[in-house]
Write a protein that binds this ligand. Structure first.
Ligand code: 2GW
Ligand code: MN
Length: 306
């Protein structure tokens, strides 16, 4: 199994020539200071990437948790994934749930499979969210290593609305939280208590990554989820829980183990952002965010958390 991209021979194809004198995006940062691409519409050619990954015969695993009432999100999550997620590639869905019989039977395209995996439910919602790290790390070691090349780990309260393809794949990737786009590191909601393993000081930090979408090769996802789970357990022993649970630990991990790709807010769009904007700001955002590929659904926390 490849540990990232291996060089493969491509087919002959016709596409626009890359022009060394004209940047594809002038309005946003497209590469991090450690030379990881930041994935934006306009910076990649899907035909070239698809050919590359088809020759590699990559299998992509998509893990999603639907515990208790969150099973209601599965149908639209899976249906929209069939339309937009890794179309034309081999995909294994891994649905973790405490209610296996409620998982909807969604029609899958060729080369795509769905596995339902039973998990226990925790009384505290924070535990449901945090224990995803433990479960993903255990399954990576026992199962995913043998079945897939890449893992994509997602929240379930989401819907695909546009192309999400192999351009996101890399050894290790994280996703920018749309709510902190362009904000200074001091305003990020990192864990600020030094007692926590997730602690990040005021003068550190690249981006604020969202807990709802990360991934990479099975090996790198195993390392990340194992480290986050162990940090969560250490915190528990010290009677502290990070301010944004596993998202805080993910941010700590990605600060010191730099991701090899960073997904722009095209891959984690939140329509609630639009409510606070002036018409001018709205216009500016629409120039920057040209595609809303993967969107957060608006949910009623009161009914879902009761
Ligand atoms: C979570 C919070 C309150 C009540 C219930 C749950 C819950 C979450 C649940 O009952 N069942 C369940 O399956 N979940 C799973 O955890 C599900 O996959 C869901 O998408 C994920 C995270 O919970 P969610 O989507 O309600 O949290 P958000 O969208 O506010 O999440 C951000 O912050 C979280 C940390 O608390 C996570 O880091 C998450 O990844 C972030 O997007
Ligand atoms: Mn969510």
């Amino acid at each position: 199994k490849p540990g990232g991209l291996k060089v493969v021979k491509l087919s002959q194809m016709i596409y626009p020539q890359p022009d060394l004198r004209s940047p594809t995006r002038k309005d946003v940062l497209v590469v991090t200071p450690w030379q990881a691409p930041i994935v934006w519409e306009g910076t990649f050619n899907t035909d070239i990437l698809n050919d590359q990954f088809r020759h590699q015969n990559a299998t992509i695993g998509l893990t999603v948790f639907a515990v208790k009432k969150y099973v209601i999100f599965l149908s639209s999550f899976l249906k929209s994934a069939e339309s937009f997620f890794m179309v034309g590639h081999r995909v294994n869905y891994y649905v973790f749930t405490d209610l296996p019989h409620t998982v909807p039977r969604v029609h899958l395209q060729n080369g795509r499979q769905l596995f339902v995996l039973k998990v226990r439910n925790y009384t505290r919602w924070q535990d449901i969210s945090m224990h995803r790290m433990e479960i993903i790390s255990n399954f990576s070691k026992q199962r995913f290593q043998r079945e897939v090349d890449y893992l994509v780990c997602s929240d379930v309260d989401m819907k695909f609305r546009d192309h999400v393809g192999v351009e996101i794949l890399s050894s290790l990737f994280g996703t920018l939280h749309p709510g902190f786009f362009g904000h200074s590191r001091q305003s990020f909601t990192y864990e600020r208590r030094a007692l926590s393993q997730a602690y990040i000081s005021q003068d550190e930090g690249d981006f604020y990554y969202i807990g709802a979408l990360f991934g990479g090769t099975v090996q790198e996802v195993y390392r990340l989820t194992k480290a986050c789970h162990e940090a969560i357990m250490t915190d528990k022993g010290n009677n502290i829980e990070a301010v944004w649970q596993e998202e805080s630990h993910l941010n700590k991990y990605l600060l010191y183990y730099k991701p090899t790709k960073v997904l722009s807010p095209e891959y984690m769009w939140d329509n609630r952002m639009l409510l606070q904007m002036t018409p001018i700001q709205l216009l500016q955002w629409n120039m920057v965010i040209r595609k809303k590929r993967f969107v957060i659904l608006i949910k009623n926390y009161e009914t879902l958390r009761s």
